[in-house]
Design a protein around this ligand. Sequence first.
Ligand SMILES: NC(=O)c1ccc[n+]([C@@H]2O[C@H](COP(=O)([O-])OP(=O)(O)OC[C@H]3O[C@@H](n4cnc5c(N)ncnc54)[C@H](O)[C@@H]3O)[C@@H](O)[C@H]2O)c1
Ligand SMILES: CCCCCCO
Length: 267
Amino acid sequence: MDLGGKNVVYLGGFGGIGKKCVQELLKKQIKGLAIFDLIVDDDLLAEWKKLNPDTEVFYQKVDITQKSDIDAAYKATAEKLGHFDVVVNGSGLLDDRLIELTIQINLVGVINSTLTALEYMDKSKGGKGGLIVNISSVAGLQPTPLMAIYSTSKTGVTTFTRAMASPIHYAHSGVGFITICPGYTNTGILKDIDKKTTFPFYETRMRTVFSKVKGQTVEVCAQNIVHAIETAKNGAVLMLELGEIHELDIPNLWNPQLDDCVFVCLS
Ligand SMILES: NC(=O)c1ccc[n+]([C@@H]2O[C@H](COP(=O)([O-])OP(=O)(O)OC[C@H]3O[C@@H](n4cnc5c(N)ncnc54)[C@H](O)[C@@H]3O)[C@@H](O)[C@H]2O)c1
Ligand SMILES: CCCCCCO
């Protein structure tokens, strides 16, 4: 999608990856940018507004565990911008001690944000269509024993987003979906990992190598997220690893058998 003149909503826009994504998005002559987040950096927000006078940049406080916050923020954004073309669900928590909160933020919050945004974007409901980008993780592509709860939440994000990208849904709503799965990216989420694993001090092979795993810079991750927004097709699952974008082809593992054929479950 050409981002020039578009309206973007970014959830988690003051986080490590979020801040850099916002800075990359602001280079694309977007028309409006709504930053939803639990926290705000007032100085950074003021700087973004000052440096981008032709873009309407504003902040909405949102606790993504509160559906009422999500509803209010999207309503206010629709009133301010008229419509929005791109939504990035980029909030997240990595702390397996906090089971319910991990699921609430990483999965239920993304689901609620997605379904609320769809109410405004869905062509069949008077919307203009658009693109919803859900940030999963490499931990959302395969089981990650070191942080099993986080991995579960992110696997849910990957599966939910792929289901939303069904050709049937897309034909109906005109809203495309892509899943972004970053590898290690140098932000605070990876710090103090021993306090955030499923089992404290439980030596897994991953824990042994955790501090030696190669990571990518936040800047290159953000650049690739924005490149994906501009170029990826509906349904793409993109692993962003060490500065590269790998489009993944995840096979169907089950296709229902009918009396006279195998029904391929693509929608
Ligand atoms: N850094 C990595 O290695 C990495 C790798 C793969 C995926 N990710 C994912 O990328 C996204 C951004 O992560 P990050 O590395 O920038 O971490 P971060 O901790 O810097 O940012 C997390 C963001 O989520 C927001 N958030 C947390 N709880 C919230 C709540 N209740 N309501 C609203 N917002 C809330 C924070 O305010 C912050 O803006 C997350 O979804 C994370 O799981 C990160
Ligand atoms: C072991 C997987 C680490 C995932 C990074 C945060 O999504």
